[in-house]
Write a new protein. Sequence first.
Length: 235
Amino acid sequence: MRPSAVLFDLDGTLVDSERVWLDVIRTRLAVMGSPVSSSQLAALEGLSSIDAARALIEGGAQSDGTRSDGAQSDGTRSDGVTELAAELEDLTIDAFGGRLPWIPGAEEALGYLRREGIRLALVTSSTRRWVDAVAQSVCLGPFDVVVTADDVQQTKPHPEPYLRAIDLLDVDPGSCLVFEDSAVGVRAAARVGCRVVQVRAELQSESGATACIPDLRAVTVPWIASLMTLEPALP
């Protein structure tokens, strides 16, 4: 019952970058005079920078601090989304400073699975530039396949990123195991038919995860094999 492949999200699953990203959003919006609530921040977990910027602007926060009803001001609404996404990404990458830590057990899990001969994929809603910035802090070399926001038309929670990774791996999604921290990511993987482990303190039951662990220190092939005997959860 070993999986054909194990697929990992990046931010919040392998490295502690999700917290930095959300802190940057909170700080930037406070400067703009548009403070964001904890629930609003939580809704941005796992989204691409473009989708997060779109959600913020549709919620009323413009990159120039004004309110938006969809009308044009200095540029189109689309331009505002792109500009805000780029700004938030720049600020977050600067905040990384080449010092991002692994999620506990992540580096060891990747090395262990590689030594066991299990194929690995990285599937993220972040851009290739973001991934390269993360790679300045940690080694992302073990992956057979890497899918970023630049490689797909639609990011999580749409299943396209996982569909693309599985196509590149040439495996059956039902034989794969995915590790994700956000409900957005779990839904994307579950919609493809993968079993999904949610990496966070508490299981978000509505997301479609098969199991939940607080970090990656528990990852072994026997434990993974036991999960493969379970039916995939429905998102």
